[in-house]
Design a protein around this ligand. Structure first.
Ligand code: AMP
Ligand code: ZN
Length: 471
């Protein structure tokens, strides 16, 4: 069966056919780095990492690009509050975000470009848009995209220009009255005192928000890409504007498939920094193994809203542990086996178990239905619990374990927890942390804890001493 993806552009599930056979060019809009990420931001990270893992499992080579927005009003505001350069803020939170990603078993992107490192490309694209008549500089040097000059505007969000025209009037803020049209949006804006800026032909200043993704996508993936993804709040205006910029500049279809995850809610409201109704990934890691968070996110289809609650997290914990226990049990049985090779009856059972792998694949092929895919893993677990015993052969137990680990791994769930000896570097760090704590150098102790977290090792201080947990 072929893979189907729901495309926001066509509002339909479509068969996935990559531009270049065997290869996937995928761009996922990343976070603005001015604070620790919350678990709403973690939803697209986990969901699209799982899409990537499944595609890789199917033998596709995925070039996965995800940016960090490191120049933005909120970053500048925080930098002013702390009296530091805005790069101090963005570098700090990029490092923190990467630690959270590693702890959630989200693979690093092939490339993680930064907006501030791509200004040259932005200046070029803006100039091309001006040259082609799709953009203009106003008297104060602000450059606007001439929205009505791009015929397909509104095709992603399925809005028509006249509705937008009415709705957008109220969006006009002071200084924007120099726009030719209320629908035009900013590509470049003049600097303000105390803000970072770059030299440009129109005015010294900084980019608008949307241009960075068009430029980074072009640079790292080419003019035409397979998949562009992000949370559903990005459909309009961010992705609509990206399409306008890229297609007006390059004269080619920007992205074939547009994927959007629904919100992670709390009390049925979007979890967001601005509403203050959020938990950071770090908060959650204090209470739960982050594998439980990952399981929780995947227990719903990515296009369904998901309400966060302690009850659902506890249910996720039980679900995740059911798989881990199954694997632990297989390992225990394997240590005590007497027969090496499968009997005929076991061969037939091993064949039967492949049916659950097929079910898993069918669910994932159907627009990455992770809820059904996890249900297939549970069916496999039940099958294993019924059929694996102290009398089973090693080969049979190994075959079953390989299946359940493989399916969990596609979901990014670590279910085969290695109780191997810690490597020397990690042991050294743990000792150093103990020494730092003794000397009351808590800053260093915390730093080492974070360093270990990035390596997938969590330390929990308990009354019995330090407990080491592999994430
Ligand atoms: P931001 O830093 O706000 O630009 O968000 C980074 C990514 O997280 C974007 O893809 C957003 O759509 C996504 N996002 C933010 N809040 C939520 C939420 N509550 N649920 C799901 N996705 C979210
Ligand atoms: Zn973007």
């Amino acid at each position: 069966m072929s893979m189907k993806i729901y495309n926001t552009l066509t509002k339909q599930k479509e068969e996935f056919v990559p531009i270049e056979p065997g290869k996937v060019r995928m761009y996922v809009c990343g976070p603005t780095v001015y604070n620790l990420i919350h678990i709403g931001n973690a939803r697209p990270m986990i969901v699209f990492d799982t899409v990537r893992r499944y595609m890789e499992h199917k033998g596709l080579e995925v070039n996965y690009v995800s940016n960090f927005t490191d120049v933005d009003d909120k970053i500048i505001k925080k930098a002013i509050e702390e009296g530091v350069d805005s790069s101090v803020i963005s570098e700090r939170y990029i490092a923190e975000c990467k630690k959270d990603m590693a702890a959630m078993n989200v693979k690093p992107a092939t490339t993680h470009p930064l907006a501030t490192q791509e200004i040259g490309g932005m200046l070029e694209m803006i100039q091309t848009l001006i040259d082609k008549g799709h953009a203009y500089a106003a008297a104060d040097g602000t450059v606007y995209f001439r929205t009505r000059s791009f015929e397909g505007y509104g095709k992603l969000s399925h809005k028509n220009l006249d509705d937008l025209q009415g709705g957008n009037r109220s969006l006009l803020v002071s200084g924007e009255d120099q726009k030719e049209d209320a629908l035009d949006f900013v590509l470049w804006k003049p600097k303000k005192d105390g803000e970072p800026y770059w030299e440009a032909p129109w005015c010294n200043g900084r980019p608008g928000w949307h241009i960075e993704c068009s430029v980074m996508s072009k640079r790292y993936l080419g003019d035409e890409i397979d998949i562009h993804a992000g949370g559903e709040d990005l459909v309009f205006p961010h992705h609509e504007n990206e399409i306008a910029q890229s297609e007006a500049c390059n004269g080619k279809t920007f992205s074939r498939y547009w994927m959007h995850n629904a919100f992670l809610n709390i009390d049925n409201k979007k979890m967001s920094k601005s509403l203050g109704n959020f938990f950071t990934v770090r908060d959650i890691s204090e209470k739960y193994d982050l594998q439980v968070l990952r399981f929780f996110m995947l227990s719903a289809h990515y296009r369904s809203p998901l309400n966060f609650s302690a009850e659902l997290m506890d249910a996720a914990k039980n679900g995740y542990e059911r798989i881990v226990t199954c694997v632990d049990n297989l390992k225990y049985l394997m240590e005590n086996v007497t027969a090496a090779d499968m009997t005929e009856a076991e061969m037939a059972l091993a064949e039967e178990s492949k049916g659950y792998v097929v079910k898993f694949d069918e669910a994932m092929d159907d627009d990455f239905n992770t809820a059904d895919a996890i249900a297939a893993i549970f069916e496999l677990v039940k099958f294993i619990n019924t059929n694996a015993s102290a009398n089973s052969s090693k080969a049979f137990l190994e075959a079953l374990k390989a299946e359940v680990v493989m399916l969990s791994d596609i979901c990014g769930l670590i279910v085969d927890k290695q109780e191997d000896v810690l490597d020397a570097e990690i042991e050294k760090l743990i000792e150093e942390r103990q020494a730092a704590k003794k000397e009351k150098n808590f800053a260093r102790a915390d730093e080492i804890r974070d360093e270990l977290l990035a390596k997938g090792i969590a330390l929990k201080d308990t009354r019995e001493g330090v407990k080491i947990v592999r994430l």
